[in-house]
Design a protein around this ligand. Structure first.
Ligand code: UDP
Length: 328
């Protein structure tokens, strides 16, 4: 009984007040749930642009949970909640390649301005901020695994896709600048592809899309030739990694990859989903320019090196792609 077990408070002498921006999103809502299980007080702030109340429905009656529907760009509300918290997990962002290509202005403004105001207000009160960045910042690199110190290889600004990576990279620079100049404690995490219950295919994410197509008998749409690879981590593993960094003073001022190094091509993934669901769907390839925009460039490979977080906190993912597909 998942909904009941989160109401069983465990004593936690390190209980904190935690603000999650983007707390009604896919990852934010799983993070909130786990923090509540560990007896922290959680406030989820979300403008419901890509998040949804249905993601946090099961938390609404929890005595340690509160939610605020509003944008982080509403600075007075944001400042009030930052004042009251000990830690900010900053997850609010424009996400999903499809959304980014279709709405690049919104992507850049939300990601850059949003992080800027979070850091500004956190800095006034010296609150620890965990900035969630993305594996997308590694760009077109093909030498894997990606280590945190690798150079970033972004494409030309004519390709709107790279606006996301670039805006997130700027967030990283800004966070580390606040640490250097104002000693604001920040931790930057780069999340690799994350999957799990409540993730919607609406923003183009591959696993929910493939599973839905397979279950409804529609063609499974592989974009490009399917040779591009990704590595998928389960959201419960990702949340454990995020919380593990909280108690680590040595994580402050640094960058950590969080993901599962098990690499798979998108074509193999399509075949695996078809097999696992016993689906009769055909697997079809669709050129990128029909899905996104002319000249669209994909990331050819994406695999995290997780040595750094493992050495510091002992974290490594426990769920395999197979487990993940079973859960989805
Ligand atoms: N993809 C696909 N079919 C889909 C959705 C996505 O082939 O229906 C591909 C996409 O082009 C990319 C990979 O799957 O190469 C992962 O896409 P997603 O949007 O989930 O995340 P990304 O890693 O691109 O941020």
């Amino acid at each position: 009984m998942e909904t009941l077990s989160i109401f069983a408070l465990q004593p936690n002498e390190n209980a904190m007040n935690i603000l999650i921006t983007g707390g009604a999103g896919f990852i934010g809502s799983h993070l909130a749930e786990q923090l509540l299980k560990e007896n922290h007080q959680v406030v989820a702030m979300d403008d419901l642009s890509t998040g949804a109340i249905s993601n946090i429905d099961h938390l609404l009656l929890h005595p340690n949970f509160d939610h605020v529907i509003g944008s982080i760009l509403d600075e007075s509300t944001l400042a009030e909640h930052i004042d009251r918290c000990d830690v900010v997990f900053h997850l609010a962002a424009a996400v999903g390649v499809k959304l980014i290509v279709e709405a690049p202005v919104r992507t850049i403004e939300t990601n850059v301005r949003g992080t800027e105001v979070v850091l500004q207000h956190a800095s006034k009160k010296r609150k620890l901020v965990i900035i969630t960045s993305t594996s997308e910042v590694y760009g077109k690199r093909t030498t894997v695994p990606f280590t945190e110190a690798s150079d970033l290889l972004l494409g030309c600004p004519h390709q709107h896709r790279w606006a996301y990576a670039c805006s997130k990279a700027l967030d990283e620079f800004l966070a580390l600048a606040y640490w250097k100049e104002q000693q604001l404690p920040v931790i930057v995490v780069r999340l690799f592809n994350t999957v799990g219950p409540r993730q919607t295919g609406r923003y183009g994410m591959v696993i929910p899309n493939f599973v839905q197509q397979a279950l409804t008998g529609e063609p499974i749409t592989v974009f490009g030739n399917g040779a591009q690879t990704r590595s998928f981590a389960d959201v419960t593993d990702v949340v454990r990694a995020l919380i593990g960094l909280l108690g680590e003073p040595k994580a402050v001022g640094d960058i950590f990859n969080i993901g599962n190094p098990e690499e798979i091509s998108v074509m193999r993934l399509a075949k695996q989903v078809k097999r696992a669901t016993g689906s009769m769907s055909d697997i079809v390839t669709v050129p990128y320019d029909q899905v996104y925009e002319a000249g669209f460039e994909d990331m050819p490979r994406r695999v995290p090196d997780i040595t750094k977080i493992h050495n510091l906190t002992g974290w490594s993912p426990t769920l395999t792609l197979r487990d993940i597909l079973d859960r989805v």
